[in-house]
Ligand binder design. Structure first.
Ligand SMILES: [Zn+2]
Ligand SMILES: [Zn+2]
Length: 362
């Protein structure tokens, strides 16, 4: 017996069938998986609620459960529980005394949001306005859950304000009270807008400010901007995870931005001016005549802002060799080859070929 079915439904042991059914309906609405798609704890509660109702909603199963609970208490008193240490025994016997009270105020849950930004925005930093559907404080009762001018919350009768209920018997487990949801308090005059929860689902808007150079995966915490707490408990936080959209051209490496710039054979030979994107807009890059493929050019201060100034953008120049397929292009290239211009224009190649020939002779 892992949990006490009565406590799960938040009803007393003498509750009649109607009370049990009402409690079941209320709780299944509250913990339905459709309303908590990403909350395993709520899904587990839903499972427990159904398990409890499966037994308590059926008079014959309920009678058997009650008998078993009583028998269980008899066995417990005999003290034959193999595998239990004296400490467990003491905890079970004196559990009532030692158990801390966790009632009343409860902190609200954290909200999570993924903010996707461009590389430019990541470099610049600045503020972003975001809005999404989430639970926020109820406007009618300002988050208290109590009807304006209504009576203050009262102690839960099922758990006596403890928030938990112990089943029959010495070793019976403690189960969170389903009537007050473990808070030990009940709204005497529940606010009609939020039904006493103090929270209400709506579109919530926030402004997130990001530092210049923010990295993908960075987390920004907006304290107290999460879901409101229960019974005046403090609100949770809003945790914003930053995701920087990959840029098709620029790649971040530490404080540098790297890119590969393709140039033609003739651009590499004759030199050229090519417009290259940077996070600050396009910049004209001077390709010096006779550049070697793989050469890295440095655009100072076009990288990521850092403590010691801004990083650079590294432009790696790659010569794209023409693919012959066009007969005119092939003819032009053959002409270039035959003219022998290559031998004097490519001194390294010429020297290397000569060295190869000497090697063969030796
Ligand atoms: Zn309200
Ligand atoms: Zn209770």
């Amino acid at each position: 017996m892992a949990t006490d079915h009565y406590a799960v439904l938040g009803v007393e042991r003498k509750a009649d069938a109607d009370e049990i059914k009402r409690a079941y309906r209320r709780l299944t609405l509250q913990f339905h998986p459709d309303r908590h798609p990403d909350d395993p704890a709520a899904q587990e509660r839903f499972r427990q609620i159904n398990q409890a109702y499966d037994v308590l909603g059926d008079p014959r199963k309920r009678a058997r459960y009650d008998t078993q609970s009583r028998l269980g208490s008899g066995l417990d008193l005999a003290g034959v529980q193999p595998g239990q240490s004296p400490r467990d025994l003491l905890q079970n016997v004196f559990g009532d005394v030692f158990r801390s009270r966790r009632r009343g105020r409860r902190r609200g849950r954290d909200l999570r949001y993924t903010l996707t930004i461009s590389l430019e925005d990541a470099v610049r930093g600045g503020t972003h306005d975001i809005a999404f559907e989430a639970l926020g404080p109820c406007e009618t009762c300002e988050g208290s859950g109590t009807k304006p001018g209504g009576k203050p919350p009262t102690t839960c009768g099922v758990c006596g304000g403890r928030g938990e209920v112990k089943g029959d018997g010495l070793f019976a487990p403690w189960t969170r009270c389903g009537r007050c949801d473990g808070t030990g308090l009940l709204q005497a005059d529940a606010c009609k807008t939020c039904r006493g929860s103090g929270k209400h689902r709506r579109t919530r808007s926030f402004t997130v400010s990001l530092p210049p150079g923010v990295e993908s995966g960075a987390q920004k915490v907006l304290e107290g901007q999460g879901e409101p707490g229960r019974f005046q408990g403090e609100a949770g936080d809003l945790k914003v995870t930053v995701r920087v959209r990959p840029d098709p051209f620029l790649e971040r490496r530490g404080t540098e931005l790297r890119c590969e710039l393709f140039v033609s054979l003739t651009e590499a030979a004759l030199g050229a001016r090519v417009e290259v994107p940077t996070v600050d807009g396009p910049v004209e890059v001077e390709i010096p005549a006779g550049i070697r493929s793989g050469t890295k050019l440095r655009l100072r201060g076009k990288g990521i802002p850092a403590k010691q100034g801004r990083g650079d953008q590294i432009v790696q120049v790659s010569v794209e060799t023409p693919r012959t397929g066009d007969p005119n292009l092939t003819a032009t290239l053959r002409e270039l080859e035959e003219r022998g211009a290559l031998a004097s224009a490519l001194p390294q190649r010429a020297a290397q070929r000569a060295a190869f020939a000497d090697r063969k002779k030796a």
